[in-house]
Design a protein around this ligand. Structure first.
Ligand SMILES: [Zn+2]
Length: 460
């Protein structure tokens, strides 16, 4: 049957065996392709739906087998967000999305799904408050296929300083934030209003974080200086980080360690801690840096857990930024892996926000790196008392999250989550406590040797 459809060979001779085989392959390929063609015109298949509700923003992710276009608009009275997705028909997976809206979601009251037109599905989010939505697509990366991402940000961006109001200094304490905090309390609306970023066609602007105000130029002598430590639990939301053999996720364990360390810091008389994320949602790397700058952090500590293909790899390590290449191949690999968090976690590349971040992060960080190495060494001295060290010295590479030009910044790989013994350690609350205590002591050692009064001049 196949042979009969073949055209005769140009010279009128019978086709050679090789030519016949090629035609058979070509026809077979056509036959294989044919049933697929009508399917391409049909709806895409939803592979998974996920929601990541958080105070900062709520993300809804649809994972699909192909890239889809979506358009959105908002309505008032009552507040609604309408998203039309082209190339989709109603399915059980979409109904599953409806059930994934949590009652405690700060933004979404409920969700309705309907076939609006042939091939167009309409999602209507009934909102608890007005939102500035961002809708964008992500190409396949890591374990994910195509993703359609709907981010629901508040119309007025939350100011990280609000989160820090829980611990204010007394009259005998010199606190660079005190004046700013007072100002916010006196005039909360104007203070929290974000600047209007330029609009990108087809999407709402990202609510930018308020610009960091300048701290007081000089510290009052004789007063104890209030210190602010930014703790940065790595990954979160769509980005689980590394996953151990028994299923422990880096994003979960580093948040637990960071919360323990925060409690220790907050119990000190002249220290307060600020978490760049305090829930299971994704924070882009440059936003973590911006948040730390906004609260005028005196130190930035990013907390992670390593993974390696060989389960035998073990030990803790501490990293600082490098402006001139990595100190080892492993450090470079580690920085590449951690910097990939933005791709996996899902950053909207269309926002103006990222250009601002790039300018900020290209500033000189020489003094910062010197301080970061001191902090890193203090950490290694303490951590080696509770775990093996993977490397005895602070390693350096181009970690995006360590690039605040004015804040000493270190990244701690607490242990190898890919090593079964260390995964068990990371899971245990007593070891989490030990890690938090080791970092607490490291922080105290650093500030004792490098008094904060001397540092204030660098910041202003
Ligand atoms: Zn990590």
């Amino acid at each position: 049957m196949v042979e009969r459809d073949c055209p005769p060979a140009p010279d009128g001779a019978l086709p050679s065996a090789g030519a016949t085989r090629r035609r058979l392959i070509s026809v077979a390929a056509t036959l294989l392709v044919l049933p697929v063609v009508p399917r391409l015109a049909q709806a895409a298949t939803i592979l998974a739906v996920r929601t990541w509700p958080a105070d900062e923003y709520t993300r809804v992710t649809l994972e699909l087998d192909s890239e889809l276009k979506a358009e959105q608009f908002t309505l008032e009275n009552p507040h609604r967000l309408v998203v039309d997705i082209e190339g989709l028909t109603l399915s059980a997976a979409l109904n599953d999305l409806v059930s994934k809206v949590r009652p405690d979601d700060p933004y979404i009251q409920s969700l309705r799904v309907a076939q609006n037109r042939p091939n167009v599905v309409r999602l209507v989010f009934d909102l608890k408050q007005p939102v500035a939505p961002q809708v964008f697509t992500l190409k396949p990366v890591a374990d994910y296929q195509y993703r359609l991402v709907l981010d629901l940000y508040p119309k007025v961006a939350q100011d990280p300083l609000i989160a820090i109001l829980n611990k204010q200094s007394g009259p005998d304490v010199d606190d660079p934030l005190a004046r700013i905090l007072e100002d916010i309390q006196r005039n909360p609306v104007t203070r929290a209003d974000p600047p209007e970023p330029p609009r990108v066609r087809g999407q709402q602007p990202a609510p930018a974080l308020p610009t960091p105000p300048s701290p007081p130029a000089t510290a009052s002598r004789g007063k104890k200086r209030m210190l602010t430590i930014a703790l940065d639990p790595g990954h979160g939301g769509e980005d689980p980080g590394a996953i151990g053999r028994s299923g422990l996720r880096e994003k979960d364990v580093v948040l637990r360690i960071a919360r323990r360390l925060k409690a220790l810091i907050d119990s000190q008389p002249y220290m307060r801690a600020y978490l760049t994320r305090d829930d299971d949602y994704f924070v882009p790397l440059h936003v973590r840096v911006q948040k730390a700058r906004r609260v005028h952090a005196d130190l930035f500590v990013s907390i992670h857990a390593d993974a390696w293909v060989k389960p035998s790899a073990n030990g803790s390590s501490v990293f600082a930024l490098s402006q001139r290449g990595a100190t080892s191949a492993q450090a470079r690999w580690m920085a590449d892996k951690e910097n990939a968090a933005d791709l996996i976690g899902g950053v909207n590349l269309g926002t103006h926000d990222r250009q601002v971040a790039k300018v900020l992060l290209d500033l000189s960080t020489t003094a910062q790196i010197n301080d970061s190495l001191k902090v890193g060494n203090a950490f290694l001295d303490e951590i080696k008392k509770i775990n093996r060290l993977h490397k005895n010295s602070v390693e350096q590479a181009g970690f995006a999250v360590l690039k605040a030009p004015d804040i000493p910044s270190v990244l701690v790989e607490t242990a190898f989550i890919s090593n079964p013994q260390e995964e068990a350690l990371l899971r245990s609350t007593s070891h989490q406590d030990k890690l938090a205590q080791a970092m607490m002591t490291g922080i105290q050692r650093y500030f004792t040797a490098n008094p904060p009064l001397a540092r204030l001049g660098d910041v202003s």
